[in-house]
Design a protein around this ligand. Structure first.
Ligand SMILES: *Cc1c(COP(=O)(O)O)cnc(C)c1O
Length: 440
């Protein structure tokens, strides 16, 4: 090739879209999307630091951490190296009858970092699957206690626990559109979403309905499942740690297991390594996912106490009845180990608390803007709740014009940026939010 032409060719490649977006529109499902009237999707060529680079060369500051995952940003040398080194040994081996260092190491870390009673680790392949595993653990536990009738769950309104059937049955019945799948969903019980905000006390009256549901149904209830302190996809609400303490006490009083779903909150997002720490409680079963590999690949984990594990294994089956093909995938475990080491070796608390105060301060002007119902921040999560649902496409496009990637849904426009986001990049992000939402 004539070297003089390389520049020209390169320019062409960046100026002209080479991805077959027409094929994408016709054939490829995106999350919660239509293939008759597909929404626009933006082609990403690569990602680096806190920026997504679109195929046309535009750089967007990522305010979503790819849905809570990319704590350290993108193309992180430590994570890449861990993946490459592991790949040269083995990318995957079955976990039935075999074990390996990355899984042992990761399980050790998880046992050490999570609340002390959580001692047993099940490595699953996605968040939803780890919730299925948690539910099956609770059911098998009560069967082994000779209480098979304890098979229903109590969940919270505005909760979100995943898209598979078992998990979906515990999601908010309205936003989760339970009626579409009614014949396949276990009819669980739902308590009102926690009322007291993060910094408010929680009184008897705030758990009255929850208590009534428990007292009326305790013979059938296996467990309470909830997202501790931060309700994520179902409403981006932050609630009082005292509420969580009361739930723990109610579970103890009425002999229910507590399942804490920390798939979104785990690994520092709420300002504590795990959101349960805000309330100094420990669940009987804990689910982790999303940020577990720092956003590199899918991996999740379900931890439980000795009591739960031993109960299950003394039951009729004698084993825990679950075992996915990619269980304990060595590549994912190796990257998870590197991500946890990277997180813990850096000043993550300072970073998260700096992000929290910056989000609070810089989003505050929106409090008085027309159409804004509430502005709130906790840890590295900033939420603007509007009075009415926003036009997602319009808001997304306006934010993109300002160099920012966010994914509003319903009334909520929110940011959970990578912990490594600089003060200046975060200012651009919040500035874009204020500019766009303040002028709707
Ligand atoms: C995302 C999420 C899930 C589901 O995880 P997937 O990896 O999408 O299956 C479950 N619970 C919570 C709290 C989540 O945020």
């Amino acid at each position: 090739m004539n070297p003089g032409q390389t520049g020209v060719t390169h320019q062409k490649q960046t100026a002209v879209q080479t991805m077959d977006l027409a094929f994408d529109r016709q054939h490829v499902w995106h999350p919660y999307s239509s293939l008759i009237d597909p929404p626009p999707v933006y082609p990403v060529a690569r990602a680096e630091g806190v920026r997504l680079y679109l195929e046309d060369g535009r750089a967007l500051i990522d305010g979503m951490s790819s849905w809570w995952c990319a704590l350290h940003g993108y193309n992180v040398p430590q994570l890449n190296r861990a993946a490459q080194q592991q790949m040269e040994k083995m990318s995957h081996v079955m976990f039935g009858g075999l074990t390996h260092e990355p899984a042992i190491e990761l399980s050790k870390k998880l046992v050490e970092l999570t609340p002390a009673p959580l001692q047993r680790v099940f490595l699953a392949d996605s968040g939803s699957v780890s919730v299925e595993v948690a539910i099956k653990m609770a059911l098998q536990y009560w069967q082994s206690q000779g209480r098979p009738e304890k098979s229903r769950l109590l969940a919270l309104r505005n909760g979100y626990h995943g898209d598979t059937f078992g998990a979906m049955a515990t999601c908010d019945p309205v936003t989760g559109m339970h009626h579409l799948f009614a014949s396949h969903l276990t009819p669980h019980l739902f308590a009102p979403a926690p009322r007291p905000a993060f910094d408010q006390p929680c009184g008897d009256e705030d758990v009255a309905e929850l208590r009534r549901l428990i007292e009326d149904n305790r013979e059938q209830l296996a467990a309470i499942i909830l997202e501790p302190v931060v309700q994520g996809a179902g409403g981006m609400r932050f609630y009082s740690p005292q509420y969580l303490q009361r739930v723990r006490a109610l579970c103890d009083e009425h002999d229910l297991l507590l399942i804490a779903d920390e798939i979104a909150t785990g690994f520092g997002r709420s300002g504590k390594l795990f959101a349960c720490e805000h309330a100094a409680i420990s669940p009987d079963i804990l689910t982790l996912g999303k940020a577990l590999t720092g956003g590199t690949m899918t991996l999740a984990a379900t931890l439980c106490t000795d009591k739960v594990a031993e109960g299950i294994c003394r039951g009729e089956a004698g084993v825990f009845m679950h075992g996915p093909t990619f269980m304990g995938n060595p590549l994912a475990c190796a990257v998870a180990n590197a991500s946890i080491e990277l997180l813990l070796s850096g000043p993550w608390q300072e970073r998260v608390s700096r992000i929290e105060s910056q989000l609070r301060q810089e989003l505050a002007p929106l409090r008085d803007a027309d159409g804004v119902a509430d502005v709130r921040a906790l840890g590295a999560i900033g939420v603007v709740e509007m009075q009415a649902p926003v036009n997602m496409m319009q808001v997304q496009e306006a934010l993109i014009e300002r160099g920012v990637w966010l994914r509003p849904f319903g009334k909520l426009v929110y940011a959970m940026p990578p912990f490594v986001t600089s003060e200046q990049d975060l200012r651009q992000l919040t500035g874009a939010m204020v500019d766009v939402l303040g002028n709707l």
